[in-house]
Design a binder for this molecule. Structure first.
Ligand code: NDP
Length: 630
């Protein structure tokens, strides 16, 4: 309901002596007149951005020079919209003021000076009756149309409760110094509030400040806030409407997260009338905002923002996962939605192995072409695949594809799972002797009847692109130059590229295999980290992992590392590659949704360590090629 309608209804009800929830026309000025709200805040010392208007150049300059920079200068006249300058210093402000007020560049008008505010915005709604103020849970809206806060501004594409960036102290401060103070100020002005006061607030470097007030429930915030109310809202409405003592509402401690489904094209032009299916499958609240039913009872789109699905869960990552899953059940060819509501607020930084490995492969490609020009041929990697293990087939496919990207020649040798030990060793001996082959990779694991160690030992040391040969391992342990094993090398590269400080950091590696756990521990030690290795016999694994600033999980068991095992702010590297038996999807050893709410940075699975292992294989192949040609 817009303020205009409410003015009429509330005043009319009051005049007739009837109870109604909502502010009087005069009190809604706090929303409808920015000038009124600003003056009120200045008069009662309620924290907000500074805002002052000038027609005189000298007065404006004196005011700006006494305020912090950057300053926002807005020409408030016919050129409104064009005449906005964000002045970084006094010289820039002076030039703009001269332009706007002395040279009257846009005609004669006034200049409004505002502080430049930066920080996350959030919404704080309260039930208010005169000086009685009852807070609701905080929420945050997402205004931009697309993921990553890109695209045009909208009426709101989603919202959530449980803001990780606002502490209890912040909330208490905002309640006392903003919401309560404003309610009291309105009483002092003879305009008591009697409904919802919505504070659009920002947490700036200089404290929490008011951006705007609304005299009503906010959308889409209300859709995520009210589902947390466990007591009867009627009691609250009735108490506000009758001027009785406000009850203390009971709120759930869970988190809610709402995703808006909007018509394609919104907030610009869009078409209506598309059938929406799957609503009966959805297992969360769905509020309709722009739909209509046709004669057959089908639900059709009938607006820009069409509906909002609101999921409830104990933590934000779980709420996001659930909301995304529920929204996926809604089918309509003309709807779109964001998938990252609250992601920025709770999310650990994702250390993206795909992006980094693509950069590394690009670099290898350039170096391969230089080396090829120098030595008259391109490097060649021989890959031996034994048997038909689907995971191994897929890894080998990825490696051959990477060779194509890097300009490295590849030779794929596929052998049956029944291949004899002798035949496999003979194949390796032939590749060792082949001068045109620079690297030999045997995809592990091998069938049980073949001794993996014997096969690895058989590869010529100068062609050991995996770095598993005992001589390479010995050199690594003695900190001598060697071909580093791909996965551990990739992990260190990721950590460094993400700017993680390793020197002096406490690292914990879970898993002690010769392929991942032990070599990564050695490389971390070389970076001056202190390292603890945990394994299947470690007693109280959680107590060990909770000490880690950098936690590497290389176990091969889904769900090994949960949120309660991770120190807040830790960097988590998930090496494990497992298949979730329920969903069939790939996952790591780390409970990604839970841990990413605690960690400061995390690698995803898939798309984390895996692509880096392949990129390092390409580097190692080039290194072997160069070493052999030297
Ligand atoms: P291994 O099976 O050789 O080693 C697993 C390690 O985990 C062992 O040291 C084992 O301890 C330890 N472990 C097992 N259960 C527990 C537990 N409950 N608590 C603590 N430690 C435990 O595996 P890998 O090192 O070869 O591989 C590990 C994972 O990494 C796998 O999922 C694999 O697929 C993946 N991987 C991923 C790569 C990539 O590029 N992303 C590359 C290589 C591997 P113990 O020694 O006591 O038995």
């Amino acid at each position: 309901m817009c303020p205009h309608q409410r003015e009429i209804i509330v005043d009319a009800f009051r005049a007739a002596g009837m109870a109604i929830f909502g502010h009087t026309a005069a009190a809604t000025n706090i929303e409808s007149s920015k000038e009124f709200a600003k003056k009120l805040m200045v008069k009662y010392d309620i924290p907000t951005s500074c805002y002052q208007s000038f027609t005189d150049y000298k007065e404006a300059l004196a005011f700006v020079s006494a305020r912090p920079f950057p300053a926002v200068l807005k020409y408030d006249g016919l050129a409104a919209g064009k005449g906005v300058v964000i002045a970084a210093d006094l010289a820039e402000a002076d030039a703009a003021l001269k332009d706007m007020l002395l040279d009257a560049h846009f005609g004669h008008g006034k200049v409004v000076v505002e502080d430049y505010l930066e920080g996350p915005e959030f919404s704080f709604m309260c039930f208010v009756n005169g000086s009685q103020v009852v807070p609701m849970p905080l929420s945050q809206d997402h205004k931009r149309a697309y993921d990553g806060d890109r695209g045009p501004n909208t009426g709101g594409m989603g919202a959530y409760t449980g803001l990780p960036f606002i502490s209890e102290e912040d909330k208490a401060y905002a309640f006392q110094n903003i919401l309560q103070k404003t309610a009291d100020a309105m009483v002092s002005e003879g305009l008591p509030l009697s409904g919802v006061l919505y504070g659009g607030l920002m947490k700036t470097r200089d404290g929490i400040k008011v951006i705007e007030f609304n005299a009503r429930f906010g959308d889409p915030e209300t859709e995520v806030v009210l589902p947390l109310l466990e007591s009867d809202i009627y009691e609250m409405f009735y108490a506000v409407a009758t001027g009785a003592k406000l009850p203390t509402p009971v709120w759930s401690s869970e988190r809610t997260l709402g995703i808006v489904l909007a018509s394609k094209g919104y907030p610009g032009d869009y078409e209506k009338g598309f059938v929406i299916e799957g609503l009966d499958q959805v297992n969360c609240k769905v509020y309709h905002m722009g739909t209509k039913a046709d004669e057959q009872g089908r639900i059709l789109t009938a607006g820009g923002r069409v509906m909002i699905a609101v999921a409830k869960a104990p933590t934000l990552p779980e709420a996001l996962e659930k909301a995304n899953a529920e929204v996926d059940k809604i089918q309509c060819e003309n709807l779109f939605h964001r998938r990252d509501i609250a992601r920025k607020a709770f999310g650990a930084r994702v250390i993206d192995g795909k992006v980094l490995s693509a950069e590394i492969k690009e670099d290898v490609r350039a170096r391969v072409s230089e080396a090829a020009a120098q030595y008259g041929r391109v490097p060649c990697l021989a890959v031996i695949l034994v048997g038909d293990n689907p995971a191994s087939q897929s890894y080998v496919k990825g490696k051959i594809k990477a060779c194509e990207v890097c300009g490295i020649e590849s030779r794929l040798i596929t052998l049956s799972a029944e291949v004899s030990r002798e035949d496999l060793l003979a194949q390796i001996a032939a590749l060792n002797a082949d001068a045109a082959v620079d690297g030999i990779l045997v995809q592990l694991p091998l069938p049980k009847h073949i001794d993996e160690d014997e096969v690895i030992d058989a590869i010529a040391i100068e062609k050991d692109v995996d770095g598993f040969h005992p001589l390479n391992v010995a050199r690594l342990n003695l900190s001598r130059p060697c071909i580093l094993p791909c996965t551990p090398k990739g992990i260190i590269r990721m950590l460094k590229s993400a700017g993680v400080k390793l020197s002096g950091a406490k690292a914990v590696v879970v898993g002690r295999s010769n392929i991942v756990g032990k070599p990564v521990a050695k490389l971390l030690l070389d970076e001056n980290a202190t390292v603890t290795i945990a394994h299947s016999r470690t007693r109280d694994l959680a107590a060990v992992t909770r000490e880690a600033d950098v936690l590497v999980a290389a176990v091969g068991r889904m769900g090994t590392i949960t949120a309660d095992m991770v120190k807040p702010g830790a960097v988590v590297i998930d090496v494990g590659v497992n298949r979730n038996p329920e969903t069939g999807k790939l996952c790591g050893d780390v409970d990604y949704a839970g841990v990413s709410a605690v960690a400061s940075a995390i690698t995803p699975v898939p798309g984390g360590v895996g692509p880096m292992t392949i990129a390092m294989l390409m580097e190692n192949t080039l290194e072997c090629f160069i070493n052999r040609n030297k």
